[in-house]
Design a protein around this ligand. Structure first.
Ligand SMILES: Nc1ncnc2c1ncn2[C@@H]1O[C@H](COP(=O)(O)OP(=O)(O)OP(=O)(O)O)[C@@H](O)[C@H]1O
Ligand SMILES: [Mg+2]
Ligand SMILES: [Zn+2]
Length: 415
């Protein structure tokens, strides 16, 4: 992409409304804009990051054997009456009556919908086990939307649901999802803890939260300074290595539950076992805050100048930055590299704006592409250009002839 065509409205000043670092940088880097409190538009850079995260999630879900579907956001309240959650989730549900006088809501989550779908399409043990997932917009009338994408009223979630004939099956799928989650967060550059959690409104016997440490987090956990151990409450010392555990603020990125028959019973999601008995399906549900992850990644990966994207989620692999686009030689090389990298499958952003180098460098730091190639007149006289690494500010001066191979190498390795 060319910078001037990409709609990247960066901001020099820290916006008034932004309460957290992630919120500030998200606005300053031109990733998203607020429509009303808790409701955001994703601009091209933000959408690229979102799509990268979605792709990682899809790859890991698919390889765990989960099937993707897409359920409606528009739902009848009637279904929610059957589980009692129309009352239980009253405060956060966005509800209304349509022109046919049907009582409807915008889905805050999808246990009821998927359970009813499976109830009417699965009847035998032969059709189980099954894991289904979707990546979809959820609506919650949150009491206090804040920190930008962190707590929004319209946000994107990945929700998965498992269906099993017995406890062993449920345990196996629960473990499978938990492992997939660890891979997803790792690939997105997020260091996650999983303290044992309270299953609250979802019910069921067991649940785990996936938490990233961050000062702006709304949750508290007790973490060991030495190992990856964390607990939901203060239990004194780390059971793994005996050291004291310390109170930390954390962001909840994912939550998984063993639901058992909580939804299958009231919604009659039954199967026939080998002996002909009709039994309720055992369920699990597994959520990830996809849009919240963007905020969490920024919160945990930035410096005073801007975002530092982990390689796999970065909106671009590389930024090509000619210092003076009006210099014919710089311009020619910049567009040549741009074309060559593009055609070899590298995601390139070319800052072809006629702006001062200072402006371009400030914007480059802000938007946080991990790797950039800087083309300057002085270096070019010696047939040289610079490779710059965003994270550690390392600079490598390289020959123009070896640029392509060096850049490809760096793109593979950066991050
Ligand atoms: N208002 C929101 N804005 C953005 N992401 C959210 C929001 N609410 C929940 N999420 C994300 O969706 C995931 C699954 O949803 P779940 O219903 O388990 O969340 P929750 O327990 O209500 O989260 P929280 O305690 O933060 O309100 C959460 O782990 C979180 O990452
Ligand atoms: Mg909530
Ligand atoms: Zn420990």
């Amino acid at each position: 992409m060319l910078w001037s065509k990409s709609f990247i409205p960066t901001l020099r000043e820290v916006p008034q409304e932004a309460e957290s670092i992630a919120h500030q940088l998200m606005l300053r880097a031109g990733l998203a804009r607020m429509l009303v409190a808790g409701v955001y538009s994703y601009l091209p850079l933000g959408l690229r990051v979102l799509n990268n995260i979605k792709n990682i999630i899809r790859q890991e879900m698919n390889s765990a054997g989960a099937g993707e579907l897409l359920l409606p956001a528009l739902q009848p309240q009637e279904l929610w009456d059957k589980t009692g959650r129309n009352v239980q989730m009253e405060e956060i549900m966005i509800r209304f009556t349509d022109r046919r006088n049907r009582k409807m809501c915008l889905g805050p989550t999808h246990e009821e919908i998927i359970t009813e779908l499976v109830a009417s399409n699965v009847s035998s043990y032969k059709q189980l086990p099954l894991i289904l997932y979707q990546i979809q917009t959820k609506f919650r009338d949150e009491i206090r939307p804040r920190f930008g994408l962190m707590r929004a009223c319209e946000f994107i979630m990945k929700d998965a649901y498992s269906f099993d004939i017995n406890e062993e099956g449920l345990d196996k799928n629960y473990k499978l999802m938990s492992e997939a989650y660890n891979r997803i967060f790792k690939r997105c550059g997020l260091n996650c803890f999983t303290p044992e959690a309270d299953s609250g409104v979802m019910g069921g016997s067991l649940s785990h939260e996936f938490m990233a440490l961050a000062d702006s987090g709304e949750d508290t956990l007790w973490a060991c300074a030495q190992c990856a151990y964390a607990s939901a409450k203060n239990i004194g010392n780390c059971p793994k290595c005996g050291l004291g555990i310390i109170e930390k603020k954390a962001i909840e990125l994912g939550h998984i539950f063993k639901l058992g028959v909580k939804y299958s019973q009231p919604l009659s999601a039954l199967f026939t076992d080998e002996k002909g008995n009709r039994l309720p399906i055992l369920m699990g549900c597994y959520g990830i805050g996809v849009s919240r992850m963007i905020a969490a990644i920024i919160e945990t990966s930035h410096d005073q100048n801007g975002i530092i994207w982990p390689k796999e989620v970065s909106p671009f692999d590389i930024l090509v930055l000619p210092l003076n686009i009006t210099d014919a030689k710089s311009r020619e090389l910049a567009f040549k590299l741009y074309a060559e990298l593009n055609s070899s499958g590298v995601e390139v952003l070319l800052d072809e704006r006629d702006e001062r180098p200072g402006v371009k460098f400030k914007d480059a730091d802000l938007i946080g592409v991990p790797l950039r190639v800087v083309i300057g007149e002085k270096n070019l006289k010696n047939n040289m250009i610079e490779l710059q690494f965003r994270a550690d500010k390392r600079v490598e001066v390289i020959n123009v002839e070896e640029a392509l191979s060096k850049i490809r190498e760096a793109v593979q390795g950066a991050g």
